[in-house]
Design a protein around this ligand. Structure first.
Ligand code: 4AD
Ligand code: MG
Length: 500
C-alpha cells in the first residue's frame, strides 16, 4: 500500500493507497460515512462503509471533529461527482491527533472573526485556492523576467530617499538616525539598470496608508522592472505582454481553483495584447461626459433591482427559519443568510455611493490624480485592462519625464484591471536630464543633497529609461475575483488590523 497525495490519485485507480491529512467535513447516514479529507494538494471524499472497517474505528470516525489529523487507507475509484474526480473506498484509518470544537465551521463567519483566526482560516478552501493562485502569479512573474533577459536586483528595505509620497512613509529609528521602510525599489533599480540594462526587483513594500479601502495594505509585494533605452510605447508593450503571461499561466495551472472561487475564467481568456489605451485627458472627457452619466444611472437601476431581490430572498429564508425545520437545513439557511446579508450590505453601500460618484466624475477637474471611484468607473466600462497615459505632471511623482511635446503632462501610465478592479500597475519613463530632474526635486520640496547619487545617473552617461511596478495582491484579487486584497496575502497588514 502506497502513501500518496490527493493530486496524484489518478495514477492509482483501482489500487489501495494511504492519504495523510485533515478532516475537512464529514456527514454520516447510518451505515455509511462520507469524510472529506484535505492534504494540502486537494480535497478527496473518503467513503467509509460499515463492515469494511472495524466497528470500533467506524464509531471513532463518526465522532471525529473537523480538522482532526489522520491517515486514511482505501481503494481509489474514479467518480465524476466527487471533488477532484476520485474517491477512496476506505479500508482503514489512523487518527493522528483528534481536534474538538474547531472554531471555523462550514457555516459562514464574519470578516473580523476570520481575520482573528487567520492562522486557522488559511486552511479554508477559499484561502487555499487563493494561495495557490498567488503562488502561480509569483512564479509567472519570475519566469517572465528571467526568460526575457532581466537580471534580478534585490533593492534595500531600509532607505534614505523618498520616492513616492512623503505622507505614506514608515519611519524607522536606525541607530539614532531616521530612515524609512521602502515604498519602491525603483530609484535603486535605476542605478542597477545602468549596469545590467534590463533589471527587476521583487519584494515587500511599505506604505503608511491611512485609507482603509479594499485596495490598500500597509505591507504589500511589488515587482518592478526597469529597462534602459525604452520609451512609453515600449513600456506599454512590456506591461501588456507581462500581464497577459501571468493571466495565461493562472488559467493553465489553476483552472480548478479559479472555478472553485467562482472567478470569471471567460473574462481571463480575453487577457491578450493589445490592451485598451486612453490618455488621461481622454479619460477625463469620458468621466465628465454623458457616457459616464448614463452608465452610472443604469448601474443604479440594476443595483436597486438587485437589492430588491436580495431583500425578498432574505425575508423568505428568515420566515423559513421560524418554522419547524431540519437541523441541517437550519444551518444551511443560516450560512446563506450571512452571505446574503453581506452582499446586501455591499449593494446598499454602492447605491448610497452612486450619487457621490456621479458627482465626483461629472465635476472632475483636469489636473487632479484619478480618484478610486473614477478609476473604478473607467475600469468597469472595459472588458480588458486599460492603460491611462500622460497624466498632469503635478499629479504624479517627481521622477517622471515630462512629455517634450506637452510639458504639462508626464510620460507615464497606470494600468487599470477591468470590471471595476482599478489600478494594478503604475509606471513611467524617467526624467533623464540632469537640470530638469534637479528642478523637479526642488519643486517637490525634496532635499537635493539626498538625491546626489540619483542625480549622478544623469551625469555619467544618462540614457532614456523607464519601468513600472505591479502590485501582487491587487493582481491576485483581480484574477480570483476576490473583492478585498487583504484576502490575497497570508497575513495581511492594514492600518487598523494586525492580529497575528
Ligand atoms: O503606482 P505606484 O505607487 O508606483 C510605484 O511605486 C513606482 N515607483 C513603480 C515603478 O515605476 N517602478 O505602485 C505600483 C503598484 C500599484 O499599481 C499597485 O498595484 C501597488 O503597487 N500598490 C499597492 N498595493 C497594495 N496596497 C497599497 N497600499 C499599494 N500601493 C501601491
Ligand atoms: Mg499608482
Amino acid at each position: 500500500m502506497k502513501q500518496t497525495t490527493i493530486d496524484s490519485l489518478g495514477e492509482f485507480e483501482g489500487k489501495e493507497v494511504t492519504l495523510a491529512g485533515w478532516l475537512y467535513q464529514s456527514r454520516s447516514s447510518g451505515k455509511i460515512q462520507f469524510l472529506i479529507i484535505r492534504d494540502g494538494t486537494g480535497l478527496c471524499q473518503c467513503v467509509v462503509e460499515k463492515g469494511n472497517v472495524t466497528d470500533e474505528l467506524f464509531e471513532q470516525l463518526k465522532h471525529l471533529g473537523q480538522e482532526s489529523s489522520l491517515t486514511v487507507t482505501g481503494t481509489v475509484r474514479a467518480d465524476q461527482r466527487s471533488v477532484g474526480g476520485y474517491e477512496l473506498a476506505v479500508t482503514d484509518a489512523q487518527i493522528i491527533s483528534p481536534a474538538e470544537d474547531y472554531p471555523i465551521t462550514p457555516k459562514s463567519h464574519g470578516v473580523d472573526f476570520l481575520l482573528k483566526n487567520r492562522h486557522l482560516h488559511l486552511r479554508s478552501q477559499r484561502q487555499w485556492c487563493i494561495g495557490r493562485i498567488r503562488h502561480t502569479v509569483i512564479d509567472a512573474i519570475r519566469r517572465f523576467f528571467n526568460d526575457n533577459g532581466f537580471t534580478l536586483i534585490d533593492t534595500p528595505i531600509f532607505t534614505t530617499i523618498i520616492s513616492e509620497d512623503q505622507q505614506s512613509l514608515f519611519e524607522v529609528d536606525y541607530f539614532g538616525s531616521s530612515l524609512h521602510l521602502t515604498q519602491t525599489g525603483q530609484l535603486y533599480l535605476e542605478s542597477a539598470a545602468m549596469s545590467f540594462g534590463k533589471v527587476y526587483c521583487f519584494g515587500p513594500t511599505f506604505r503608511a496608508e491611512r485609507s482603509k479601502t479594499r485596495r490598500h495594505l500597509t505591507e504589500f509585494w511589488m515587482v518592478e522592472p526597469e529597462v534602459t533605452f525604452i520609451d512609453l510605447d515600449g513600456l506599454l508593450e512590456l506591461a501588456e505582454n507581462f500581464v497577459s503571461f501571468i493571466a495565461a499561466q493562472v488559467l493553465q495551472k489553476n483552472k480548478n481553483e479559479l472555478e472553485a472561487l467562482g472567478a470569471d475564467t471567460e473574462a481571463l481568456e480575453k487577457i491578450k495584447p493589445p490592451f485598451y489605451r486612453l490618455t488621461y485627458t481622454e479619460a477625463v472627457e469620458i468621466l465628465t461626459g454623458p457616457k459616464t452619466r448614463d452608465y452610472l444611472a443604469q448601474q443604479l437601476q440594476e443595483l436597486q433591482s438587485q437589492k430588491q431581490q436580495l431583500e425578498s430572498r432574505i425575508a423568505a429564508l428568515e420566515e423559513e427559519q421560524k418554522g419547524p425545520i431540519k437541523q441541517w437545513k437550519q444551518e444551511k439557511n443560516a450560512a446563506e443568510l450571512i452571505e446574503l446579508r453581506s452582499e446586501l450590505g455591499e449593494v446598499s453601500t454602492r447605491i448610497e455611493n452612486n450619487p457621490q460618484h456621479t458627482r465626483l466624475a461629472a465635476e472632475f477637474q483636469w489636473g487632479k490624480d484619478l480618484g478610486g471611484s473614477d478609476e473604478t468607473i473607467i475600469s468597469q466600462m472595459h472588458d480588458k485592462p486599460v492603460f491611462v497615459t500622460h497624466y498632469p505632471k503635478q499629479a504624479k511623482a517627481f521622477y517622471m519625464k515630462t512629455d517634450r511635446d506637452n510639458e504639462n503632462v508626464v510620460l507615464n501610465f497606470d494600468l487599470l484591471a477591468p470590471a471595476g478592479f482599478g489600478e494594478i500597475i503604475g509606471g513611467s519613463v524617467r526624467e533623464d536630464d540632469y537640470e530638469r530632474l534637479l528642478q523637479r526635486i526642488r519643486e517637490y520640496n525634496l532635499n537635493p543633497d539626498t538625491y546626489d547619487w540619483y542625480l549622478d545617473l544623469r551625469k555619467f552617461g544618462s540614457v532614456p529609461h523607464g519601468g513600472f511596478g505591479l502590485g501582487v495582491e491587487r493582481t491576485v484579487a483581480w484574477l480570483t475575483g476576490e473583492k478585498h486584497i487583504r484576502q490575497c496575502i497570508a497575513f495581511p497588514r492594514m492600518m487598523d488590523r494586525i492580529y497575528i
